[in-house]
Write a protein that binds this ligand. Sequence first.
Ligand SMILES: Nc1ncnc2c1ncn2[C@@H]1O[C@H](COP(=O)(O)OP(=O)(O)OP(=O)(O)O)[C@@H](O)[C@H]1O
Ligand SMILES: [Mg+2]
Length: 579
Amino acid sequence: MYRRDAAELNVAREQLVAYSARLVADGLAVGSAGNLSARCGDFVAITPSGIDYGELTPEDIAVVGLDGAEVDAPEVPSTETPMHLAIYAATSAAAIVHTHSPEVIALSASRDELPAIHYAIAALGGPVRVAPYVRFGSAGLADAARHALSDRRAAILRNHGAICYGRDLRAAYGNALLLEWLARVYRIALSYGEPRTLTEAQVAEVSAEARRRGYGTRRATRSAASRAPQRTADNASGRDTGGAGKPLGRVAVLGAHIVDVLGRPVESIPPGQGSARLTEIRATVAGTAAGTAVDLAKLGAQVTAFGAIGDDMLADLLVGQMRRHGIDTTGLVRKPGAQTSATMLPIRPNGERPALHVPGATALLDRDDLDLAALSGVRALLVGAPDALGGLVGDGLADAVAAAKAAGALVVVDVLRPGSTRAFDRIAPLLAQADWFAPNADQLLALTGEKELAAAIDRVLSSGTGAVAVTLGADGALVASRGSEPEHVPAIAVDVVDTTGCGDGFNAGLIAGLLLGASPVDAARLGVACGALVATGLGSDAGIADLDHALSFLAQTSPGPAARLRALAGPPAAAGIDH
Ligand SMILES: Nc1ncnc2c1ncn2[C@@H]1O[C@H](COP(=O)(O)OP(=O)(O)OP(=O)(O)O)[C@@H](O)[C@H]1O
Ligand SMILES: [Mg+2]
């Protein structure tokens, strides 16, 4: 153990004793019930089993590794150690508080959820789930708690207690107190009849406003990078996005939501009833809107998604996966009888990707499905696949774009299909309103009917679009705006596994760069970096971890632009409203 860890662990021991005493004083537990822990790097300091909190001393606190191995345990570590470790593995938690507090236990006996009775529930990530009853100390309870905590900082364990986490012990404990208070308010509200609760959008609005105001961060430390919490591998992969660290603000995507099922490597489809053994099969969230939504969420945007999906298992999978990334999916409309848009992709050994596609529900999105009020306050709107949106391409889409523009949003358009001049005629009014159009080169040529990219770019710009980014696969991208020559941004060479979703990665990076205030070319460089990262793994959601990671990757080949972008982004995201 390093000396720094030892010093941190000593502080954690003292704090655990202090907060244990408060647990009893605040009525969150009696005797030795409940338990608390704090993570210091690869170690977890945790209260021991069966010692009354009144008698607890710092020396009694146990230290275990992240795998549960005892490192220093004068007393038996808490029986709930597996649950604490499972939560550290699945979230960005730096401290965990488990209570046996009466209001939540009473609620858990008859309800499946603590609804949004008060806006402060935004600090916990939204309505708090009640996990099914499983015996204390079991792996099953650890699992149940982990599931219930998905995108939340608190959960209720049926007939047992509460489990909360935070970026430090103070925050975790504050969440436990808040949860108990909310449960009490809910019980009182029930005595008047069926209470009115807040919608998901209202809670999301509170989170966004709290982030904008920097709640939970003291003035003196708002820009102090050194105070930023340690990122765990899972945090970096985009989980636990419930409100914290969203420097790009609110962004909306509208359009194609597709489930991709990919397998690799596929040399050829076996004849007859033959079979072939693959090394990997994945199902991912994809499509010009949904794929970009996931990448944007990873890069630090609070994303709201609009689109049509089926009422099938693919839709459940898509929604569940998007929610895991903290995306607001209330704008996704299920169309009875339709299947969710889906693609099967047998990926060749060289990364090429023939596609077998069912267009499905995407085209069924109606004007009435769009809650335009949800677009107020967005900083960017990506219209992903207007060429696949059926009737909406007329007035409905124009209304959505107008609503976003009224809020001052950046409007970016990308297409899904190979393109034709007829399709171009249909989307031309939309492009005239757009700030950016970002098709790939083949699509742009097919849409405009031109033979040269320069002429095709001119056609788009002269129709009113603010700027064009044309992606060129392994050759990078061209960036052009009215009155200036197109500029080439080279690709970043990577070992390609699968290029599915590179365009979505590019769009997400471009939008992130523009929202940070970068120049168009620097924003496109971030786009190219994100596109290359997506190519390094199987599926649209591969490669990108977070903005910090994408900038470090870009810095390997373009240190100057990466430094400029980093200066705009500020230090890696500090915690949000986790107070
Ligand atoms: N083989 C590759 N190597 C490195 N970077 C790549 C590669 N393929 C794509 N990229 C990056 O990703 C960006 C977008 O890729 P591409 O041009 O293939 O988009 P697309 O055809 O629109 O893809 P999608 O089907 O996801 O919409 C490119 O501009 C490039 O920067
Ligand atoms: Mg594309």
